[in-house]
Design a protein around this ligand. Structure first.
Ligand code: NDP
Length: 433
């Protein structure tokens, strides 16, 4: 903590992993002998840079850009870019740290990294977004490469931003290198299913957890927090698998629709028109909007936090358990506070941590890299099948690893241990570098 002062989210993420590792280190003392834990907590490289840009009124604005290249034991650094005013080094480091183990769990050759800026895209014009992305890439480009570092999207960075970033990279370098970013549009090297992948993957994961208990999603009432990329496609897959999403949210309020969230309307409002969720009410009169409401108070069978970190605390977890919720899977990164996780674990309800449950996004990014490297493009059906199999494998690995380390059914333990072992073995093999 004294080495990384003030980086609260990073401390939280590290503590959660370390709490699970004592049994792993007891079984495999070579990890401790080689100081793998200490090495894994120190990023290989941290880049912080100025991002100056000019807004529509002609005023110069200055933001701060970050790229933390955390661990390359398994492959090039891989992890998204987040544009949100709350971004600072502690957020990027927590996300980068989580990414190391998540990427390990996918079984694909990708290391861990994360980046972003404290830029707030809300209320900005298209041209302002473009100028910001161009300025951001003017520094970032020198750190990227298909064998070095391959960013993607995250909060505030979707297809539009990736397009502007890619265009600027190409212009600066005079190289058409499809493999330096993922989350690209299909028209220039993107992969089918990448847009859907994190949300779909989270639902595949919760489906596997339920199946391991002899249950399914059929007929289940589901809460999905957020209304961004992850939330939209989690909702779509829940509906396809026979469940019903009855509430979603944004940072202003909660929509409750007992008929099931109207997905086409949600896509139109959020993806195309970029409006606020409240406007849902103008079209679905029977729904309810609760300004500053708490989505976790809506009774449900399954909860999927898909918005942001620390959005589900101890009290929320208690309410969910008391209302009969049987399964929670994290579509977002670290959305449940440590005390919230403890409530779920004490109540023995199914809990899928983000580094396992939301790994489908980065896994499909790795599939996009495979397609770019071979100048190929796969069909939607084939790519979704690959994603589904990867999520089944991640579930199986977490389940078996929890058993191996003496905590059957504890997916937090299983995910941390399985992800750590995969990365640690590669670090051991590569020596002290
Ligand atoms: P988006 O920017 O597309 O959407 C974020 C959503 O969360 C928005 O609806 C936003 O609402 C909402 N939100 C933000 N803060 C709050 C809050 N305090 N309370 C309620 N809602 C809030 O981001 P993504 O969907 O891409 O990412 C969501 C989460 O999933 C993040 O934790 C991200 O790290 C994680 N993730 C994303 C992946 C991806 O492939 N996109 C991959 C793996 C993880 P508003 O518009 O009001 O801000």
């Amino acid at each position: 903590i004294s080495r990384n002062p003030g980086e609260n989210e990073f401390h939280q993420a590290v503590r959660e992993v370390l709490e699970c590792l004592s049994v792993v280190l007891a079984k495999y003392p070579e990890y401790a002998d080689e100081r793998i834990v200490e090495r894994i907590c120190e990023p290989e490289r941290q880049i912080i840079f100025r991002v100056p840009w000019v807004d529509d009124s002609g005023t110069i604005q200055i933001n701060r850009g970050f790229r933390v290249e955390f661990n390359s034991a398994l492959g090039p650094y891989k992890g998204g870019l987040r544009f949100h005013p709350s971004v600072y080094l502690g957020i990027i480091k927590f996300l980068g740290f989580e990414q190391i183990f998540k990427n390990g769990l996918t079984g694909l050759p990708i290391g861990g990294g994360k980046g972003g800026s404290d830029f707030d895209p809300k209320g900005k014009s298209d041209m302002e977004i473009m100028r910001f992305c161009q300025s951001f890439m003017t520094e970032l480009y020198r750190h990227l490469g298909e064998y070095t570092d391959v960013p993607a999207g995250d909060i505030g960075v979707g297809g539009r931003e990736i397009g502007y970033l890619f265009g600027m990279y190409k212009r600066i370098t005079n190289r058409y290198e499809s493999g330096i970013l993922t989350g690209k549009a299909l028209s220039y090297g993107g992969s089918q299913v990448r847009t859907e992948a994190t949300g779909y993957g989270t639902v595949f994961f919760v489906d596997e957890m339920l199946k391991a208990q002899g249950q399914t999603l059929e007929g289940k009432r589901v809460l999905v927090s957020g209304s961004g990329n992850v939330a939209i496609y989690a909702t779509e897959k829940v509906h396809q698998l026979g469940g019903k999403v009855i509430a979603c949210s944004d940072s202003n309020g909660v929509i409750v629709d007992d008929n099931g969230i109207n997905l086409e309307l949600m896509k139109q409002l959020k993806e195309i028109e970029r409006r606020r969720l409240k406007d849902y009410l103008q079209y679905e009169k029977s729904a309810r909007y609760v300004e500053k409401g708490n989505i976790w108070e809506v009774p449900c069978d399954v909860a999927l936090p898909c918005a942001t970190q620390n959005e589900l605390n101890r009290k929320d977890a208690e309410v969910l358990v008391n209302n009969g919720c049987i399964a929670v899977a994290e579509g977002a990164n670290m959305p449940t506070t440590p005390k919230g996780v403890k409530v779920f674990s004490d109540a023995k309800i199914l809990f899928g941590p983000g580094k396992a449950a939301n790994a489908g996004g980065v896994a499909t990014s790795a599939l996009e890299m495979q397609q770019n490297a071979s100048r190929d493009s796969w069909s939607f059906e084939y790519t979704e099948q690959r994603l589904h199999q990867i999520m089944k494998n991640i579930h199986r690995d977490c389940y078996e690893s929890a058993d191996e380390f003496g905590e059957p059914g504890n997916y937090v333990m299983g995910a941390n241990a399985a992800g750590f072992v995969r990365v640690a073995d590669a670090m051991l093999a590569q020596g002290v570098v």
